[in-house]
Design a protein around this ligand. Structure first.
Ligand code: FCB
Length: 440
């Protein structure tokens, strides 16, 4: 018998998030496909291959898994390189498959949230300069119109770009994503073009669908100075934090600001109807003269629990901080991603309830948080980290395509069904979280 339950508001969206390239398989016209073929770009030379085989129809069984797990929403993306495999060619058959998928969600009473750009680009687009090209926004807008026109009977929640700050930084400043460049000025240029593309998409979507709700999945990284009393730690932390703000603030006031640079993009003003937040973890930051990364070194709190590959630390307080930050934009908030790579499902149940507890705190102050999407439904291809990371509620056996349910899938199903977290659930799935969540 439950003693206590943290309830969420009626109509709260509960789902998982996925991305086309990571789950569909055989996206051969995408720049990521070309990137995978280059030596040394992906851990263990992994390939996406068939991925979760959604393109051959396995989305059906996975959507059913989600629905049986009481999820009432799903965030997925559509792949530009499938819909427009060449600049002068639209693939209607591919578009129809996406129509089938969103219809499939509707039949399961799940609300779709569709991401129009989740990291991957058509190779032809990259060949003409990609996001460095001044015309990028125009190309993107054409594609967006095509998709929205086709899917609008089933979809009214749209996410134009996934983590554009991360995309630009990884691809053009850090170099871990294609095209693998390391040039701060180029990074800024790409961000400006992405803001323009977002704005163009926002206006186009509203023209085609007046009831549309459009946002960006903003990557929010919690950053704390390692020594709060040391001014230089504070300064580099402040500078790094500007990366969190670029896209939401540009779409609020039409100015792109990145450290020392700024650029006006007036058409971007007022172009978010909701604020998507992807929150995973928190870093501590110290000033370091030897570092090429803005004179800073980032590290995890030594006591914080790590994910299997050490990629993430379990820092639930950062979720609350992210939501508080989100309030600045005066918009409804959707947590568009949150999750933990944990092949053995050792920490994930605790990570999940501790993060959701922070979300619950926020909704109880009446902060406008409307939904939560866990990353992810089934293990998928994790970009340059290949198959080394396992984020799924369901485990994927790549050789057989078999899915095996992790305990977290059952825990999440109970949470979704209850629209809340009870002490009884926490006792059964994540007993070590009891003292923090349900103190005596
Ligand atoms: C996010 C990405 C998503 C996935 C998770 C683990 O930053 O949006 O595609 O790779 O990280």
């Amino acid at each position: 018998m439950s003693q206590a339950t943290y309830h969420f508001p009626r109509g709260f969206l509960w789902g998982t998030a996925t991305a086309a390239y990571q789950v569909e398989g055989n996206n051969i016209n995408s720049n990521w496909y070309a990137w995978e073929q280059k030596p040394g770009k992906i851990i263990n030379s992994d390939k996406a291959g068939l991925a979760c085989d959604w393109w051959n129809g396995r989305w059906r069984e996975d959507f059913r898994r989600a629905a049986e797990g009481a999820q009432n929403a799903h965030r997925m993306s559509v792949e530009w390189s499938r819909i427009q495999p060449a600049p002068d060619r639209w693939d209607e058959e591919a578009l129809n498959r996406y129509v089938e998928m969103v219809r499939g969600l509707a039949e399961l009473n799940m609300t779709p949230l569709i991401t129009l750009h989740h990291y991957s680009d058509p190779q032809w687009f990259v060949d003409i300069g990609g996001w460095e090209n001044e015309m990028a926004a125009g190309y993107f807008e054409k594609y967006v119109r095509k998709v929205v026109y086709a899917l609008k009977d089933y979809v009214n929640l749209w996410c134009t770009l996934n983590e554009p700050n991360g995309y630009a930084a990884q691809g053009f400043v850090v170099g871990a994503f294609p095209p693998g460049k390391k040039d701060f000025n180029l990074g800024f240029k790409v961000m400006v073009n992405l803001v323009r593309a977002h704005a163009a998409a926002y206006h186009a979507i509203h023209q085609l669908q007046s009831e549309a709700r459009v946002g960006i999945a903003n990557y929010y990284r919690s950053l704390q100075p390692a020594k709060p009393w040391f001014p230089l730690d504070g300064l580099v932390t402040y500078l790094l934090r500007t990366l969190n703000n670029i896209f939401p603030s540009a779409s609020k006031d039409g100015v792109v600001r990145f450290i020392t640079r700024h650029m006006r993009v007036p058409e971007a003003k007022g172009t978010q109807d909701f604020l998507g937040i992807d929150y995973y973890t928190r870093d501590y930051v110290s000033f370091n003269l030897m570092s090429s990364e803005l004179f800073s070194r980032r590290f995890y709190r030594p006591e914080a629990e790590r994910s299997t590959t050490g990629f993430l630390a379990n820092e639930p307080a950062g979720m609350y901080e992210a939501l508080k930050w989100g309030l600045n934009y005066n918009l409804p908030i959707i947590i568009t991603e949150n999750g933990f790579d944990d092949a053995e499902d050792r920490v994930r149940p605790r990570y999940m309830v501790e993060h959701l507890h922070q979300v619950w705190r926020a909704v109880n102050f009446n902060w406008p948080v409307k939904g939560y999407f866990h990353w992810t439904l089934v293990d998928n291809f994790e970009w340059e980290r290949g198959w080394s990371q396992r984020f799924g509620l369901w485990e994927l056996d790549l050789d057989t395509q078999a899915r095996h349910k992790r305990p977290s899938a059952d825990l999440y199903a109970e949470i979704c069904r209850e629209n809340g977290i009870s002490d009884d659930m926490v006792r059964r799935y994540a007993p070590t979280a009891i003292p923090a969540l349900f103190p005596e």
